[in-house]
Write a protein that binds this ligand. Structure first.
Ligand code: BGC
Length: 406
């Protein structure tokens, strides 16, 4: 039996574009149409069905819920702010609060308004100011209902997928642009952090807790050869720590949001910089189970990265952790084994204050479309019928009692 503290945030996470449906003014929408990728369409119809979904959240004993605001709804054209959209999100926050669920709000979760993308996106020097203008509008409207903010979801995933490897819109492959995006995202967070705190002070609302959600993998060398050790150290610094170090230096993190899914095995065959930074192990000498997308399932990595976060001396919320699988038993095993590792890190002094499963429901998994099933709740994408999975019911017990039976 593993026990968690009485005061602990338990819940699940979603993002607007992946669940709401019909985000017609987002850059992803246009990109799906242009490239022939599966269209997000009505997604889970969560924009209409959020009340009903939050009833399920409540019935699953979650006391926290992470969601994101869709910038392209709030500001569909530059400088034009939508009353309808902001009223919607005010109602969303109210719906959570009236059910006793703590909202945790992300301002940017991968998608941008099309006008923003068309006028340079995140590589443009104006991006930070544009993001702040949107952020200020949202903060003023939601301040009284929201304590926890994530300014930006996974900056490293965003700039690498969209600007370095060219996999996501705007599909750039440019080191120069990546550098600019990296800089602009960091600055956007720092300024948004200050802006959110300033607004709370002005409105005389209790101090908020502001962070980013940082994607971290357990980066592990296949063996102890110097080349591998060097590559591991470099990759940890670039992918896991660089952003956090920068934001911590400017004292703009009140806590750390950690998104953890998987292991990244490193086996480098040459000293060339490209190999050091990117070559992955192509062997099968450290076999482990994989999720539906072929990612390694590596629960011990969660305690590993949590322990590595200790140096920041900040509370940590696991803001995403989950598996896509067609086997719901596997999902429960995944949750169990990862929670064990959360507890292990806590026993070694990491102040973890919450755990949010990704995701509340099956949803639109970006370039992979609707096939991968990450949800605690199954969605029938023909009828939009919601069905609570067994893993969700088991997790609900943990959320209720703070006790994990193992
Ligand atoms: C992202 C989610 C995504 C999940 C699974 C995270 O990196 O924040 O939007 O659905 O991983 O791929």
């Amino acid at each position: 039996m593993i026990q968690f503290p009485k005061e602990f945030y338990w819940g699940a996470a979603t993002s607007s574009y992946q669940v709401e449906g019909n985000n017609l003014n987002a850059d992803w929408w246009a990109w799906e149409k242009k490239t022939g990728h599966e269209n997000s369409g009505p997604a889970c119809r969560h924009y209409e069905l959020f009340e009903q979904d939050f009833d399920l959240v409540k019935s699953l004993n979650h006391n926290a819920h992470r969601l994101s605001i869709e910038w392209s709804r709030i500001e569909p054209r530059e400088g034009e702010f939508s009353d309808e959209a902001i009223v919607h999100y005010i109602n969303v926050i109210r719906a959570l609060r009236t059910r006793g669920i703590e909202p945790m709000v992300t301002l940017h979760h991968f998608t941008n308004p099309q006008w923003f993308a068309d006028s340079g996106g995140w590589s443009d020097a104006r991006s930070m100011k544009r993001f702040l203008r949107y952020g200020e509008f949202v903060t003023r409207a939601l301040a009284r209902g929201v304590h926890f903010w994530f300014t930006i979801n996974e900056p490293t995933v965003y700039f690498s997928h969209s600007f370095l490897w060219g996999m996501w819109p705007p599909q750039k492959k440019s080191i120069l642009q990546t550098k600019a995006v990296y800089h602009n995202l960091n600055e956007a967070h720092i300024e948004a952090y200050r802006m959110i705190h300033r607004i709370y002070k002005e409105l005389k609302v209790d101090k908020p807790a502001v962070s980013i959600a940082q994607h971290m993998q357990a980066i592990v060398g296949c063996d102890k050869r110097l080349r591998n050790r060097l590559a591991v150290a470099m990759r940890k610094q670039i992918y896991n720590f660089a952003v956090l170090d920068h934001l911590a230096h400017y004292r703009t993190l009140d806590f750390i949001g950690l998104n953890y899914y998987s292991r990244h095995l490193v086996d480098v065959h040459s000293w060339w910089i490209g190999n050091l930074l990117m070559e992955k192990c192509s062997d099968n000498h450290h076999p482990c189970k994989k999720n539906g997308l072929g990612w390694d399932i590596y629960p011990q990595g969660l305690s590993q990265v949590l322990l590595e976060l200790k140096k920041y001396k900040l509370p940590v919320i696991v803001a995403e952790n989950g598996i896509c699988t067609s086997d719901d038993n596997e999902r429960w095993e995944y949750i169990q084994s990862h929670l064990k590792n959360v507890r292990l890190a806590m026993d070694q002094g990491v102040n973890v204050t919450g755990y949010l499963y990704w995701s509340l429901m099956d949803n639109f998994e970006w370039a992979e479309g609707f096939k991968p099933r990450f949800g605690l709740i199954d969605i029938d994408f023909k009828t939009y019928q919601r069905t609570v999975r067994d893993s969700a019911t088991k997790f609900a017990q943990v959320c209720k009692t703070g006790i994990l039976e193992v």
